[in-house]
Ligand binder design. Sequence first.
Ligand code: ZN
Ligand code: ZN
Length: 138
Amino acid sequence: MKTADILRDKNIKPTPVRMKIFDYISEQRNHPTPDTIYKYLIHDIPTLSKTSVYNTMDLFRQHNLVQMITIEENETRFDADTSEHGHFKCLKCGEVYDFRIETSDINNSSSPAGQNLPGFKITERHVYYKGLCSGCSG
Ligand SMILES: [Zn+2]
Ligand SMILES: [Zn+2]
């Protein structure tokens, strides 16, 4: 599906800026901060402002095109992969890695959450790990 169609499908008007930002986040998959997006695209779009990056990411988030990850409270990153998965942040190189998590039994009564929160319905879970990646721990 073309970028313009993906955006139209979500009732988002596909402006050049929105399409460039969407292409960037879906191709790079590097969990960028708004600042990273801005610095990358300013070469392409000299008229780009940080505000328009923030506004665009907010719009994408509202339409579930990206999810927000906040491993650090002072640092917002965006992820074009909106499926549930865990994130590992390396404390040395700052890289954020994806990993798969078991999602099937989150509300099961025999799962840890089900045992500790009986009768609760969990709709969201964020799994963040920190440490040293394989490149930095050796
Ligand atoms: Zn590392
Ligand atoms: Zn991710």
